[in-house]
Design a protein around this ligand. Structure first.
Ligand SMILES: [Mg+2]
Length: 341
């Protein structure tokens, strides 16, 4: 314990604090009239005469998002494409064009970068989008930045964009696929857990699937509010609550988790599903009738996990209840990428 009476020096900013400060600076400049959605959603949206385009970018850094020597280069490439594809899916859009920038230390080989790009190209081939350019720079630490555009889907010639600010009290909350698998894979890797169940979870961690096709079903079904789960369900749904000025109740026992996660980690599976990041599933809201139709049409793909409520007078926007109706205490709520780990 420190005996100093001096105030603690200010720590590094959190990710969300930094984004808020930079957003204030950018918002001081009048936005171009064609900007339909600026900072604050999964992607920005720009209006063109031919329709609406969305654009997003995401970076992976060695030592922060993966460890060189532990991860396969092709998997790093796959995931760098998928994190962007997932944000385009979260807007309900169709992936179009990617720019890829790599920062390359002197000890990285051409063959390794070819593997990185082959992983990216695999993901774009399966889910849409193609690499049209980029930049290569020298860097003391390896990083890859992907910027990806997409075309908003249209219904009756009207662009439909899934946004975070469209949730209403009384809506039901749905999620695609299952949650916690990526966290289980990471824990299996870190704890050296072997076997078929661990391999399945590691696969989810290294090769997540962006929900581009499911996004199409949500848009066509009439959903208007969604985002992707990249930082953890509780932390991410908080962003929908803030943007929509609502609260939310998640029924933890309804949150779908991979059976392998339950087998390996028992009761921890629930916490991992609520707070583990990098699942790249879509979480969305819909009025009762719409959710009913989606569940009937896409059972197995879509699960009802909670309800949108009014903003609570105090406490967290998002709470998770166990099957007895008690609030679940969470060790943490999700990932802040600038937090020291
Ligand atoms: Mg996102």
């Amino acid at each position: 314990m420190s005996s100093s009476t001096l105030p603690e020096p200010p720590g590094p900013p959190g990710e969300f604090e930094l984004i808020a400060a930079l957003k204030r600076l950018i918002d001081d400049v009048p936005a171009a009239p064609d900007v339909a959605i600026g900072i604050g959603d999964d992607a920005a949206a720009i209006e063109f005469e031919s329709g609406v385009q969305v654009m997003t970018t995401d970076t992976m850094v060695d030592g922060v998002h993966f460890l060189r020597g532990k991860a396969e280069w092709a998997d790093v490439g796959w995931k760098s494409a998928v994190s962007n594809l997932s944000d385009i899916a979260a807007m309900g859009a169709v992936p179009l064009h990617a720019l890829v920038t790599i920062g390359v230390p002197s000890n990285v080989t051409v063959i390794e970068m070819e593997k990185l790009y082959s992983g990216m190209i695999d993901a774009f081939s399966q889910f849409g989008g193609s690499i049209v350019g980029g930049d290569v720079v020298s860097s003391p630490v390896f990083f890859v930045t992907v910027a990806l555009t997409g075309r908003a889907r249209e219904i009756d010639n009207m662009p439909i964009i899934l946004q975070r600010d469209a949730a209403n009290p009384g809506d039901l909350i749905g999620v695609t696929g299952s949650l916690g698998g990526s966290a289980g894979g990471l824990r299996s890797i870190l704890e050296g857990i072997e076997g078929a169940d661990a391999d399945m979870l590691k696969r989810i961690h290294y090769r997540p699937v962006p929900r581009v096709h499911e996004a199409e079903a949500l848009v066509e079904g009439g959903v208007t509010c969604a985002m992707d789960v990249s930082d953890g369900l509780m932390a991410d749904f908080e962003k929908i609550c803030t943007a929509s000025d609502v609260g939310a109740v998640i029924n933890a026992s309804d949150v779908p988790v991979p059976t392998e996660l339950k087998t390996l980690f028992g009761d921890d599976a629930v916490q991992m599903a609520l707070t583990g990041g990098e699942d790249y599933e879509l979480v969305f809201t819909a009025p009762f009738d719409l959710m009913d139709r989606l569940l009937a049409r896409h059972r197995g793909t879509v699960t009802h996990i909670g309800t949108v409520v009014d903003v609570p007078d105090e406490g967290e926007h998002v709470i998770a209840l166990d099957s007895a109706g008690n609030t679940i205490e969470l060790e943490h709520r999700g990932w802040d990428h600038l937090e020291s780990k």
